[in-house]
Design a binder for this molecule. Structure first.
Ligand code: TRP
Length: 403
């Protein structure tokens, strides 16, 4: 999200906000306008009807990220559900660019949600670790990117994926064979002008960047995984991701029918806001802008108390009299993502907005909730052995992946 790949002219045309895989920013002092983004990208809003269908089709209550609108947009998710209703399964595809050692809570969101989808629909999942992407964009050595990919795989496995239905791969080790053949097919279908239009590359960007989108595209096609989906070219693919990844899949969807595949369907999330507020961006270089899974209970508490932007009043009297602006309050936003109890959340919002609850009390509750998640994550992560990582990453058939 740091590097600028979009040149000035493209930025100006796009107006105030910039959202692409490498940069997410709104005009100073404003927040991302998601309605505008949906219009500009041409995806659909995820409405209550679809959420209800997930419930009916899987028999599982909708995940908190569905109930709270964290996953808020989609492309053709309805078609995935239609097909599923007729008895046709699909597979899930998501990924991560391994650019850092430790993940923050925002990084876990797509994986927590993907785990829910995998369990609810009982379908296979492929997870791409784009060590190649990060070695190019973050200027990391190949060895270092590969190491980070494996480290990140441990955090991903700790989210609770089922090894009998999950294949994790890192590009530097897996790209070859049918996967590479599909890449070449994609590359032949996308002109330089097209990729510049979608991603804003300039003449100064190296050709590694210009051709990378094909690498992220082809896991959407079943034949890229012959050990899993041989003879199943008709299988549909659903990609859960944050909405900044949409450009990759716009390109993929454009190409798919021309090379004989279904377009991948998408289910897309909001961005997770920085502690400093929705108008500030979370920065990998500022450890105080986010809560990391490696933070101690004390660090979590301190960070929240010191940095979480408050919509409360600045004195006790004023807070009692006017209440908090919960629309801008970061503790409330974070609780909206991570406090599962709907009734408790409603209660906190009501009391805080009315001035009967104070910022400090809300922050305390948030610290408890996040500490619990981080504690659980670390316990799970420390149980992930090297052998388990190897098992998830082994190129192998998954015989009962649809059962
Ligand atoms: N480009 C993504 C990132 O930087 C990683 C990624 C690869 C991905 N394939 C994906 C993310 C599919 C979501 C879905 O994080």
């Amino acid at each position: 999200m740091v590097e600028k790949t979009v040149d000035k002219s493209v930025e100006e045309e796009e107006g105030d906000q910039i959202v692409n895989p490498w940069e997410v920013s709104a005009k100073d002092g404003t927040k991302i306008d998601y309605d505008k983004l949906i219009d500009k990208f041409g995806c659909q809003r995820l409405d209550q009807t679809l959420i209800d269908r997930v419930h009916t089709l899987t028999g599982r209550p909708p995940h908190v990220f569905l109930r709270r609108g964290v996953f808020f947009a989609h492309r053709d998710f309805n078609e995935i559900l239609d097909a599923f209703e007729r008895g046709h399964k699909f597979y899930l595809y998501t990924g991560r660019g391994p650019s850092s050692e430790s993940l923050h809570l925002g990084h876990l969101i797509p994986f927590m949600f993907t785990k829910y989808l995998q369990e609810a629909f009982r379908v296979p999942l492929v997870i791409q670790l784009t060590d190649d992407e990060k070695s190019m964009w973050k200027n990391l050595s190949i060895e270092e990117s590969k190491r980070l990919a494996r480290e990140n795989a441990r955090d991903i496995i700790a989210c609770g994926f089922d090894v009998t239905r999950t294949f994790i791969f890192q590009d530097f080790n897996y790209v070859a064979g049918s996967f590479y053949e599909n890449m070449v097919k994609v590359q032949k279908c996308v002109t330089y002008n097209k990729v510049v239009g979608i991603f804003g590359f300039t003449g100064e960007d190296h050709i590694g960047k210009v051709s990378f989108p094909a690498v992220q595209a082809v896991p959407s096609f079943p034949s890229s995984f012959p050990h899993l989906f041989s003879g199943k070219d008709d299988l549909r693919c659903l990609v859960p991701c944050a909405i900044d990844q949409d450009p990759y899949f716009r390109m993929t969807r454009d190409v798919a029918p021309r090379i004989g595949y279904h377009k991948p369907a998408l289910i897309e999330s909001l961005f997770f806001p920085a502690l400093q507020g929705e108008t500030k961006k979370m920065s990998a270089s500022d450890a105080n802008s986010a809560v990391y899974v490696t933070d101690s209970a004390k660090e979590i508490k301190n960070k929240i108390n010191k940095y979480a932007f408050s919509g409360g009043q600045d004195s006790l009297e004023k807070q009692r009299q006017f209440g908090a602006n919960i629309e801008v309050d970061i503790s409330i936003k974070y609780l909206n993502f991570f406090l599962e109890d709907d009734d408790e959340l409603e209660h906190i919002k009501k009391e805080y907005a009315a001035g009967r609850m104070l910022t400090g009390e809300v922050k305390n509750r948030l610290a408890e909730v996040l500490t619990e998640i981080v504690k659980r994550h670390n316990l799970a992560r420390s149980a992930v052995t090297d052998e388990m990582v190897d098992a998830f990453m082994a190129v192998r058939p998954l015989p009962s992946m649809f059962h």
